[in-house]
Design a protein around this ligand. Structure first.
Ligand code: FES
Length: 130
């Protein structure tokens, strides 16, 4: 069996939503101290919907594939759903990652959480329960 699924290879070779959003509503940047990889997510949010999302990842192939898949999973979705995105869902959508590469999908979850937290910091009125 190949080490990486076809989906991982596809999203690594042709990553979706790479780039920067000017005047993003939320920006999150996270890193993994062990491998040194860094992931940055930009969100455009309107009417509680993730209208657009872009990423910049300085990291391994699995981190790039995870970022790409994570953006696809939350684009066009309500913010409340984006908040629920787990690394497990990202890895499953990629048809799996090798065990020692699962932390790459964790980075994607954390980057999106961080960008959403930044959005709520800028727009405290949007925070659920307030
Ligand atoms: Fe660290 Fe992939 S090796 S994010």
């Amino acid at each position: 069996m190949a080490l990486y699924s076809e989906k991982v290879m596809d999203h690594f070779r042709n990553p979706r939503n790479v780039g920067v959003i000017e005047n993003a509503d939320g920006i999150g940047e996270v890193g993994n101290a062990k491998c040194g990889d860094i992931m940055k997510m930009y969100l455009k949010i309107e009417d509680d919907i993730v209208q657009d999302v872009k990423f910049e990842t300085f990291g391994c192939g699995s981190a790039i594939a995870s970022s790409s898949m994570a953006t696809e999973l939350i684009k066009g979705r309500p913010v409340s759903e984006a908040m629920q995105l787990t690394n497990k869902a990202v890895a499953e959508a990629l048809d799996g990652l090798p065990a020692y590469k699962l932390h790459c999908s964790v980075l994607a979850e954390e980057a999106i959480q961080s960008a959403l937290n930044n959005y709520y910091e800028k727009h405290p009125d949007k925070k659920p329960g307030d």
